[in-house]
Design a binder for this molecule. Structure first.
Ligand SMILES: [Fe+2]
Length: 249
């Protein structure tokens, strides 16, 4: 099974200033590459909106995704509004709290989709996660926005790290299972292995952040997505890049 992960679109409202980057075209260019790769599923791991959740932006993204005829799933990031997303993307919502989290079987493997758009997870979500991890087989896929660890990316680790990463790590390490976790948020490409937890950070379709600087600095305007190949016994992935687009070059 092939899964394409797209993250950190940061689409603005029509005409909104997005630092001279053509965020809508960037997303469409990546979506074109994704369609060409013929995945079985597309997963968007948050920051669909530039700054905050906007109905118009979600409708625009939904229309583009619907046009691909490829099944897709969406998760919120810290620049999204989960409630708005549930309504517009018609996400089945049954946990009784304002978070989007659910489990699915992908190629007979348990895949968990988490909501940390508030930079942390509710106690309810953590209880649910614990149950899911306990019940799942040996290999587990996880999709979420924030990486659940410090990643050696100075600016992001210092200012925008997940607040309850220790709780999450404790849960992921509790069971002797292989966890393949795919996230975004850091606007860079990175793989981190913490025992049984394998974290893959996927680059944004907006721009990438210099991972080596203490202060914010753009690393590159190349944009990317991750293609995940999942079989019964293994999970492999690679990132593909293309040139991003400026509004006024
Ligand atoms: Fe982002």
């Amino acid at each position: 099974m092939k899964i394409a992960q797209i993250t950190d679109l940061h689409i603005g409202l029509e005409g909104q200033e997005t630092f001279n980057i053509d965020v809508r075209d960037n997303f469409l260019l990546i979506l074109g590459e994704v369609v060409y790769s013929q995945p079985d599923l597309i997963v968007l791991t948050g920051d669909l909106c530039f700054d905050q959740g906007e109905v118009e932006i979600y409708h625009w993204i939904k229309e583009k995704l619907d046009n691909t005829d490829i099944p897709y799933l969406v998760l919120p990031g810290n620049h999204d509004n989960p409630q708005m997303m549930m309504e517009i993307f018609e996400i089945d919502y049954s946990h009784g709290d304002e978070e989007i989290y659910f489990a699915k079987k992908l190629a007979k493997t348990t895949a968990l989709f988490l909501d940390n758009s508030k930079a942390r997870h509710s106690d309810n979500q953590k209880k649910w996660l614990k149950r899911q991890l306990h019940q799942a087989d040996k290999n587990i896929l996880v999709f979420m926005h924030y990486p659940p660890a410090k990643c050696g990316v100075s600016f992001m680790d210092k200012n925008y790290a997940l607040q309850d990463m220790k709780d999450l790590q404790k849960l992921f390490h509790k069971y002797e299972k292989n966890i393949y976790l795919f996230c975004g948020h850091y606007h860079t490409e990175k793989i981190i292995h913490l025992d049984n937890l394998h974290i893959a950070i996927t680059p944004a379709t907006y721009f990438q952040i210099n991972p080596y600087q203490e202060e914010f600095e753009v690393d590159t305007y190349q944009i990317g997505f991750r293609l995940i190949e999942l079989s019964k016994s293994r999970c492999m992935s690679k990132v593909r890049y293309i040139e991003g687009k400026k509004l006024n070059p």
